[in-house]
Write a protein that binds this ligand. Structure first.
Ligand code: HEM
Length: 275
């Protein structure tokens, strides 16, 4: 009885959140209705593409904005070191941190720009199938860029002042380490020709990297509501980092579970999958 399976799946969500992937599978992959199945798949992938495009665009914008702010220093039209904040605005204060470390910032953000541009290409199934050589080549560039991002992110967490103080530095340090571990795992699995596990770890790498865009959105929202909350930039900035990184990691795990090939999927509703 399909309605009974549906009801059991929905109720099980309240008892055990780990059944969420099976619940999604149940509502989107009805084997008896192939039209609905295709429609659900199209909607799911369209939403994914829109979200990824939006976050990538924000990522590109963040990097270009930072290069623009650093330009006078890079062109030597401004003296270093910068000792006094140039601006009274809270974001002017943020700019001053990076003006003090132009080279380190550049080494972090130029590979980051390639990361956000190459990411959607690497994850495109069409390009992967039609141009496997390109996927391998750009994959190598992606891994090199990601290693630099992770290492510089870790370095910046310890040796650069963070507007959000310890809360922010703890989030960036922890997620830099996780990012580097995930990257190593993805690299190790592809060398062992384990495509499924390579894909899963790469999804985690990409999700953590793209979190920087969501962090901007969260912090923009917290900034916009600060007249009512009474919070200063230093109070909420670190929280924005935690929300962005943890949110993306949860999103990555849900995506990995929902798209995992059936051979690697744990079966929680055997009677349904057997149908
Ligand atoms: C694991 C991933 C990443 C970590 C852990 C990380 C970490 C950091 C840290 C610690 C800083 C210095 C923040 C401060 O002192 O206030 C920073 C700055 C920055 N990061 Fe990343 N980062 C990551 C990925 C990325 C990516 C993918 C981009 C691409 C959009 C990016 C773009 C920037 C930019 C533009 C800055 C300069 C600050 C600004 O303009 O707001 N980062 N990052």
């Amino acid at each position: 009885m399909p309605w009974l399976t549906g009801l059991t799946a929905t109720l099980s969500l309240f008892i055990d959140f780990r059944t969420f992937p099976d619940f999604l599978q149940l509502i989107s992959f009805d084997h008896k209705n192939r039209g609905m199945n295709r429609l659900a798949k199209t909607i799911r992938f369209s939403i994914k593409n829109i979200v990824l495009a939006l976050l990538s665009l924000i990522g590109v914008g963040i990097v270009l904005r930072r290069i623009y702010a650093l330009w006078p220093v890079l062109m030597h039209t401004e003296e270093l070191p910068v000792t006094a904040p140039k601006s009274n605005s809270p974001f002017g204060n943020l700019d001053d941190i990076f003006v003090g470390h132009p080279l380190l910032t550049l080494i972090h953000i130029l590979p980051a720009l390639l990361f956000v541009i190459l990411g959607p290409v690497q994850f495109s199934q069409k390009i992967r199938r039609r141009h496997p050589r390109w996927h391998r080549l750009s994959g190598r560039v992606f891994v090199i860029c990601s290693s630099i991002i992770g290492l510089t992110g870790l370095w910046m967490s310890f040796f650069m002042r963070a507007i959000g103080g310890f809360t922010q530095a703890a989030a960036t340090a922890l997620f830099s380490v996780f990012f580097l571990i995930a990257l190593f795992q993805a690299f190790r699995h592809i060398r062992e020709r384990n495509i499924a596990l390579h894909r899963e770890w790469m999804v985690r790498v990409y999700a953590i990297g793209l979190a920087v865009a969501t962090i901007r959105l969260v912090n923009a929202l917290l900034f916009a509501t600060s007249p009512w909350t009474g919070l200063a930039l230093a109070d909420f900035f670190g929280t924005g980092f935690w929300i962005g990184f943890v949110g993306h990691l949860i999103g990555a795990e849900v995506w990995i579970n929902c798209t995992r090939s059936s051979a690697r999927k744990p079966v929680l509703f055997p009677e349904h999958t057997a149908a």
